[in-house]
Design a protein around this ligand. Structure first.
Ligand code: HEM
Length: 200
């Protein structure tokens, strides 16, 4: 085992900026939906629409980074060791002395379950929010864009489904990343400092 830089400066910036933006998108989005009143509808709607562009900008930057560095390979799905990892998180973690079956290396820093979850986020949840969000944003231009046949109800409904999926992802991600590490908070510290204990 050795202590190595696993998360580059850009990766940490992208991770925490995305986390902040997603939290604000959820806070403002669910207020627009009418779930509660915090900022007031007008302000929540304005903030949601403005931050959407910042989030889209960040996603474009991150996609560019993943492809130019080759780090997109970290998300290639694999079934190797997948069931062992699922068994660890559902059973083993509650018993003393059971070790995590996945040993992190610099070249494979996500376990098979993380690979699947992050790939699903990138290929399903994000595009769903992005596409329906852009449609929502340009609602007034639909006839000019040749989208006059669309109706707002289903678009808003799918956007909302994406928002709930994002909420479930965030809760699961915070639990897995912040509260299941040994030693405590090791994953969280890794995403702050960039350094983690990895296999050579
Ligand atoms: C983490 C990402 C996001 C979350 C959690 C989220 C959540 C939500 C929710 C819950 C609503 C209310 C839906 C309804 O009841 O009709 C909403 C509305 C909306 N969202 Fe999002 N959204 C996200 C990303 C985006 C993106 C990327 C865009 C634009 C590209 C966008 C544009 C909009 C627009 C224009 C509305 C309508 C606002 C209004 O009525 O003033 N959203 N969003």
């Amino acid at each position: 085992m050795s202590r190595e830089l696993v998360f580059s400066r850009f990766e940490r910036f992208w991770h925490w900026a995305q986390a902040l933006l997603v939290i604000f998108m959820m806070l403002t989005g669910f207020e627009v939906h009418g779930s509660y009143t915090l900022l007031g509808y007008e302000q929540a709607s304005d903030l949601h629409r403005t931050l959407a562009w910042v989030l889209i900008g960040l996603w474009i930057l991150a996609i560019f980074w993943h492809f130019t560095t080759g780090e997109w390979r970290q998300y290639l799905p694999t079934t190797q060791n997948l069931m062992a990892v699922v068994k660890y998180y559902t059973v083993g973690i509650f018993h003393a002395g059971v070790e995590h079956p996945f040993k992190k290396t610099r070249r494979a820093k996500h376990n098979p379950l993380q690979r699947l979850a992050y790939l699903f986020l990138k290929l399903a949840i994000n595009p769903l929010l992005w596409i329906t969000g852009l449609l929502y944003l340009f609602y007034n231009d639909w006839p000019a864009l040749g989208l006059g046949g669309l109706s707002l109800g289903p678009v808003a409904g799918i956007h909302l489904v994406g928002a709930y999926a994002m909420l479930v992802f965030v809760i699961a991600h915070v639990y897995m990343s912040a509260f299941t590490a040994h030693p405590a908070f090791a994953y969280l510290k890794g995403m702050i400092t960039g350094y983690e204990e990895v296999e050579d």
